[in-house]
Design a protein around this ligand. Structure first.
Ligand SMILES: [Zn+2]
Length: 265
């Protein structure tokens, strides 16, 4: 006010209208005050960026400006990375992932006087074991090797069957003894009476016996027919008696497990 009074007294000397100098002085001071307020608001608006033009003499600072200040004061919490995710991220990108498919190697051999086509025998075993209808549904791949392997699949003359086991095998059926899986050549060539009488095909019989005897190696015992007309479990002795079931070459869903391979149902 002291400065304003001084300014007014100086202004008094230069105003031509001596009678109204005080009114003119008030108007000049009011103009200076309004201009100063306008500059202050323009600076504030430019800093906050709330959309008020810097050329506008008046502008209301709206609520979002306060919210912006509040959001700016929030500190984002630090989120820890789980150990399992860190392990994945640290793993080399070219590291091969486990396929989840177990590999089983087996060999094929014959015993006695074998007249059947051995190449056809081998091809039928390989395609049956790896059929999408068969044991491969457990996530297993069967690979034939020249010798050795986890089991040996034999094509045996009927009279030689008991040489594998006097008690476990007979000259009519096929059997499994330890790591020996044995197909009786007479059954390979002609099927069985029970199967044939039920309308089963020779090709289906061969697939059934392959799956049945390998099923023993996988850890399965025998099963019974669960109802007339139903598909027989592959572990039912369909060579001997259909028990009212329909011929079936493939393991049922409830048979898809293996204690030998550690596969649970
Ligand atoms: Zn059996």
């Amino acid at each position: 006010m002291i400065l304003n009074a001084l300014e007014c007294s100086i202004l008094r000397e230069y105003v031509m209208d001596k009678k109204h100098w005080f009114l003119i002085c008030i108007l000049v001071l009011l103009g200076v005050f309004v201009k100063a307020q306008s500059i202050a608001l323009a600076v504030g608006n430019a800093a906050s960026g709330d959309g008020c033009g810097s050329t506008m003499p008046f502008c209301f600072i709206s609520q979002p400006n306060g919210q912006t200040e509040a959001i700016g004061g929030i500190t984002m919490p630090k989120i820890a990375t789980p150990a399992w995710l860190s392990a994945q991220q640290q793993a080399a990108p070219n590291t091969p992932q486990p396929s989840g498919v177990q590999q089983v190697a087996y060999s094929v051999a014959t015993r006695g006087n074998v007249s059947a086509n051995v190449d056809e025998f081998k091809a039928t075993i390989l395609s049956t074991l790896n059929s999408p209808n068969g044991w491969s549904r457990m996530g297993v791949r069967f690979n034939e090797v020249a010798s050795g392997g986890q089991f040996t699949f034999w094509l045996s003359e009927a009279s030689q069957m008991t040489t594998f086991s006097a008690n476990g095998c007979d000259t009519y059926a096929s059997c499994r003894v330890g790591t020996n899986v044995i197909f009786n050549q007479d059954r390979w060539l002609g099927g069985s009476t029970a199967w044939n009488n039920a309308g089963g095909s020779l090709g289906g019989y061969r697939q059934m016996v392959i799956n049945h005897e390998v099923g023993h190696w996988l850890g399965h015992g025998h099963r019974s027919c669960q109802g007339a007309g139903q598909p027989a479990p592959v572990m039912q002795q369909q060579t001997l008696d259909m028990q009212g079931c329909a011929p079936n070459s493939w393991p049922l869903a409830g048979e898809l497990y293996s204690s030998t391979l550690g596969i649970r149902s």
